[in-house]
Design a protein around this ligand. Structure first.
Ligand code: IPM
Ligand code: MN
Length: 360
């Protein structure tokens, strides 16, 4: 298969981890006789520094002309600490999601058997957890009207949702549940928010079309508690943009490191794959960033194009690296000399020689 892939490494550790994902994809192309053509472009703080724009026109154009986007990370503390900054790196990613119509962000969360002791949560609580979070990505409070009064003392962000926006992601979530454990949990705040009441109404209607899937509801505050009390109760979680952002970072504690969590952002036409973590500026250039989230995002990219055997090989490589403790310091301080690149090299070698790969 021939795939044109836009690579947007972004800021902080983005370039380091994305380089590993690219390397792994190249190994897959070699093994399976595919042609993957990579084209890099700027986004985020690095793009602001070069052009004043976190999503330059040529970057957007490239993304619209490729089959998929591999995204690194975005963000820089120099903007976080400046509330008056007019242009921010995050705006680049939000604009990209909107322009590409990436309305569904899928974030798988699982407890790896070999990493059960890495989570601060008890083994008995997390063992067997396997959740797929469906986070709405182009609506809600992230994209509603923003206002600040003239005197600068009052601000608001509107949280708005339409039936259409809810329906399209709900269908994806129910379909996903059909091939999983058959359960959707809608996370909302319907006891307080009008927009959440619309979510409940619309999702309840859609559920009738999927009699083989059960639907239940949780308020987001309770869901946050349930996520660490009893995460095994979840199968597919369906939720709006900001709740999904928060709940998925919380859920990453189950896996032992946020550096493991990948995501796929899909729409009707385009698809983008990125780790759920941020740019981790303190780690930039030190070789300590975990590349697995980016590598597993590459596996999700392959699955998107039905290349399941290829994606599975990557996942097996990841499993093996974890089993052999070929991991960055977030997971294994004892072996902290294992760098971002070494993890990538190991998985690359595994793909080229799945049988022979050992600790070297
Ligand atoms: C994420 C990130 C982004 C978000 C930021 C960088 C805008 O936290 O992808 O989860 O809030 O969606
Ligand atoms: Mn986030």
């Amino acid at each position: 298969m021939k795939l044109n892939i836009a690579v947007l490494p972004g800021d902080g550790i983005g370039p380091e981890v994305t380089a590993q994902a690219k390397k792994v994809l190249k190994a897959i192309a070699m093994e399976f006789d595919h042609k993957f053509i990579f084209k890099e472009a700027l986004a985020g703080a690095i793009a602001i520094d070069k052009s004043g724009n976190p999503l330059p026109d040529e970057t957007l154009k490239l993304c619209k002309n490729t089959d998929a986007v591999l995204f690194g990370a975005i963000g820089d503390p120099k903007f976080d600490n400046d509330p008056s900054a007019k242009v921010r790196p995050e705006q680049g990613l939000l604009k990209l999601r909107k322009e590409l119509g990436l309305f569904a962000n899928i974030r798988p969360v699982k407890a790896y058997e070999t990493l059960l002791s890495k989570s601060p949560l008890k083994k008995s609580i997390i063992e067997g957890t396997d959740i797929s979070i469906y986070r709405e990505l182009t609506g809600g409070i992230y994209f509603g009207e923003k206002r600040t009064s003239e005197d600068g003392n009052t601000s608001s962000d509107l949280c708005e949702y339409s039936r259409f926006e809810i329906e399209r992601i709900a269908h994806l979530a129910f379909k996903a549940a059909q091939s999983r454990k058959g359960k959707v949990t809608l996370v909302d705040k319907a006891n307080v928010l009008e927009s959440s009441r619309l979510w409940r109404k619309v999702v309840t209607e859609i559920a009738l079309e999927y009699p083989d899937v059960s639907l239940d509801f949780l308020f987001v505050d309770n869901a946050a508690m349930q996520m660490i009390l009893n995460p095994k109760q979840f199968d597919v979680i369906l939720t709006e943009n900001m709740f999904g952002d928060i709940i998925s970072d919380e859920a990453s504690v189950i896996g032992g490191s946020i550096g493991l969590l990948a995501s796929a952002s899909v729409g009707d036409k385009y698809a983008l794959f990125e780790p759920i973590h941020g740019s981790y500026p303190q780690a930039t250039g030190k070789g300590i960033a975990n590349p697995i989230a980016s590598i597993l995002s590459a596996a999700m990219l392959l699955e998107h194009f039905q290349l399941f055997e290829e994606a599975n090989l990557i996942k097996q490589g990841v499993d093996k690296s974890l089993k052999l403790h070929i991991t960055t310091p977030d997971l294994n301080s004892k072996y902290s000399h294992i760098t971002t690149t070494k993890v990538g090299d190991f998985i690359e070698d595994f793909i080229s020689n799945p049988k022979d790969t050992n600790l070297n």
